[in-house]
Design a protein around this ligand. Structure first.
Ligand SMILES: N[C@@H](CCC(=O)N[C@@H](CS)C(=O)NCC(=O)O)C(=O)O
Length: 226
C-alpha cells in the first residue's frame, strides 16, 4: 500500500541496507488470501515474507532485517545497549503518539477535539526535537552519522509531512519551533536511498484529500442523524 507510512518504513530499511525484494501491492478494501493468512492477527500491511516465514509489524520487520542482514549496509540499531534501549523507546513513542495526534487534529469529532489534537501534535514534535538533539549529539541523524532505527521509524512519515503541508497549509515540523526536526526532514528526504522508495508527495496529497472528504461526509451524516 503506497501511502502507508508503515510500509514506507520497511521499504526505507530495505533501501538503506541495499537489499532487493519483491513488492506486492495490497488492496485493503479486498484483502488478499496472502495478507489474511500471513498476518491473521492484525490483517494489516506491511508483512515481510522471508524464506517462507511471515514477519508482521513495521518496526519488528525493520529490526528483523537489521539482525538477519547484519552485514548489509549500516547497522540500524546501535551496538551500545543503552543507546539501543533509547532508540527503541523513541520508535515506540512515534508509534504511540505521532499518527494518533495528527488524526485527532484533522479528524477530531468536534472543534475542541481538533484543538486538543493540534496541541498534542505540537507536544510530540517538541519531544522529538529533544530526542533528535540527545540521540544525534550534533550529528545529522538520530542514528548519528548514519540513518538508524529512529530515522526509519520517523522516516516513514516524511512524505506525509510534505503532503500535510500541501493539503492543510500546516507545517508539522516547523523550523520556527522545532528547527532540528525541520532540517532533519529535508536532510532525510534528500538521501538517495530515501528518494528511491518514498512515494510522490502529490499522490499522497490526492489520497489525503480524498480521505478528509470521506471523513467530513461521515461526520456530516452523523450530525444529521442526531
Ligand atoms: N502497527 C502496524 C500498523 C500497520 C497499519 O496500520 N497498516 C494499515 C495501513 S497504513 C493497514 O494495513 N490497515 C488495514 C486495516 O486496518 O484493516 C505496523 O507498524 O506495521
Amino acid at each position: 500500500m503506497l501511502s502507508s507510512p508503515f510500509v514506507q518504513r520497511v521499504k526505507l530499511a530495505l533501501s538503506f541496507k541495499g537489499l532487493s525484494y519483491e513488492y506486492v501491492e495490497e488492496n485493503l478494501q479486498n484483502k488478499s488470501h496472502v495478507l489474511l493468512s500471513s498476518n491473521p492477527v492484525h490483517k494489516k500491511v506491511p508483512v515481510l515474507i522471508h524464506n517462507g516465514k511471515c514477519i508482521c509489524e513495521s518496526m519488528i520487520i525493520v529490526q528483523y532485517l537489521d539482525e538477519v542482514f547484519a552485514g548489509a549496509g549500516p547497522s540500524l540499531l546501535p551496538a551500545d545497549p543503552y543507546e539501543r534501549a533509547m532508540a527503541r523507546f523513541w520508535a515506540a513513542y512515534i508509534d504511540d503518539k505521532l499518527l494518533s495526534s495528527w488524526m485527532m487534529a484533522f479528524r477530531g469529532k468536534n472543534d475542541e477535539e481538533k484543538e486538543e489534537g493540534r496541541k498534542l501534535s505540537a507536544a510530540v514534535a517538541e519531544n522529538l526535537e529533544g530526542a533528535l538533539r540527545d540521540c544525534a549529539k550534533g550529528k545529522p541523524f538520530f542514528g548519528g552519522d548514519n540513518v538508524g532505527f529512529v530515522d526509519i521509524a520517523l522516516g516513514g512519515f516524511t512524505a506525509w509531512v510534505h503532503a500535510v503541508e500541501k493539503i492543510y497549509g500546516i507545517k508539522k515540523f516547523d523550523a520556527a519551533k522545532t528547527p532540528l526536526l525541520a532540517a532533519w526532514v529535508e536532510r532525510f528526504g534528500a538521501l538517495d536511498a530515501a528518494t528511491a522508495v518514498l512515494p510522490d508527495v502529490d499522490v499522497l496529497v490526492e489520497v489525503g484529500k480524498r480521505r478528509q472528504a470521506e471523513s467530513d461526509a461521515a461526520a456530516a451524516a452523523a450530525a444529521q442523524g442526531n
